[in-house]
Design a protein around this ligand. Structure first.
Ligand code: HEC
Ligand code: HEC
Length: 274
């Protein structure tokens, strides 16, 4: 009995082995064909978008609107995907809503790299790439910039299309356009575009001195304008652990813009800064 079984087992093992060898030879044959076909030799000279097309997941050629993968604008992606959870009137718990600057301010303060990392890899209830696996890194960045720049951020989006960057960048560039033109130093505008998220009169951010709440400002004002501006530019952690992020989280603001915002805010709150 045992003997017979072993013989059968050996027979089927041999069949499997032979089958395996045949498959291996077939695979080798096709690999050699592929290697000599010139398929690889073009890759180095290919464009970034061609590479992205090659490495994209199968079955995700377009998002349904005909725009090739890699070329979609932040607006297109937002309106198709992110809007499901980040719409201004979204009811998804914890998701920061577009245009709700207060919800975005502490997130923006983490810096773009962290936002991108969280959006790329997922973060709590935020699914990786918002669930759209075919988004390229640049596309995801554009969607983040599109969303955050409507919510108090001021990031620069990667251009759409390498060749025609200037023209096709339009949506990204518009979205990335500063809420305040660089150098214009309109303190009120800077305040409303960003600082208000944490310094509004009814802000719920702990320890932040609220605009028009003179008592919040009395002690701070005594430090003098230079110190206040320095703390606003470089960031500042108060004695109770309150965190003022450098430039409120928007590194693109100029020192003059921050200074103007500090003056605006302080002077609405019992200060008399020049
Ligand atoms: C299925 C719902 C859902 C979709 C779709 C979605 N998000 Fe989110 N997203 C969330 C939630 C929920 C959070 C908050 C997670 C938390 O902080 O706990 C979040 C947070 C974020 C954050 C902030 C991360 C941080 O560090 O604070 C970014 C950036 C973001 N999403 C980008 C995107 C982009 C870009 C898209 C579209 C490509 C997208 N999301 C699509 C649910 C979603
Ligand atoms: C993400 C929230 C947040 C944003 C955005 C923000 N601040 Fe603040 N800021 C704080 C907090 C919190 C404190 C209080 C820190 C402490 O003393 O505990 C603070 C403190 C300050 C102070 C007082 C510093 C001191 O020495 O007492 C100034 C001035 C200031 N912020 C200016 C600004 C300006 C200007 C902007 C916009 C460009 C801005 N902040 C945006 C959270 C924020």
């Amino acid at each position: 009995m045992n003997h017979l079984n072993n013989k059968n087992a050996r027979g089927s093992a041999l069949t499997t082995l032979l089958g395996g060898i045949v498959i291996l030879l077939a695979v080798l044959f096709f690999l050699v064909k592929l290697a000599t076909s010139g398929y690889y030799s073009d890759v180095e000279q290919s464009t970034q978008s061609a590479t992205e097309t090659r490495i994209m997941p199968v079955g995700n050629v377009t998002m349904g609107d005909g725009t090739p993968v890699g070329q979609r604008t932040g607006e297109q992606i937002f309106n198709k995907i992110c809007i499901q959870c980040h719409a201004a009137d979204s009811v998804v718990p914890n998701s920061p809503k577009v245009t709700h600057n207060g919800e975005w301010a502490p997130r923006i303060a983490q810096g773009f790299d962290t936002l991108f990392n969280h959006a790329l890899n997922g973060f709590n209830a935020m699914p990786a790439k918002g669930g759209a696996a075919d988004l390229t890194d640049d596309e995801l960045k554009r969607a983040i910039v599109y969303m955050t720049n409507q919510s108090g951020g001021n990031f620069e989006a990667p251009a759409v299309g390498a060749a025609d960057a200037a023209a096709s960048d339009a949506s990204g560039a518009d979205a990335a356009a500063a809420p305040v033109a660089a150098g214009s130093a309109d303190g009120k505008k800077v305040f409303e575009g960003l600082c208000m998220a944490c310094h509004s009169a009814d802000s719920a951010i702990p320890f932040s001195p609220k605009i028009t709440h003179n008592a919040d400002w009395t002690t701070r004002l005594k430090q003098g304008k230079a110190t206040l501006v320095k703390h606003a530019i470089e960031g500042y952690t108060g004695p109770d652990g309150g965190v003022m992020p450098p430039k409120g989280g928007n590194a693109n603001l100029t020192d003059a813009e921050i200074e103007a915002a500090v003056v605006y805010m302080a002077n609405q709150s019992g200060g008399n800064l020049k």
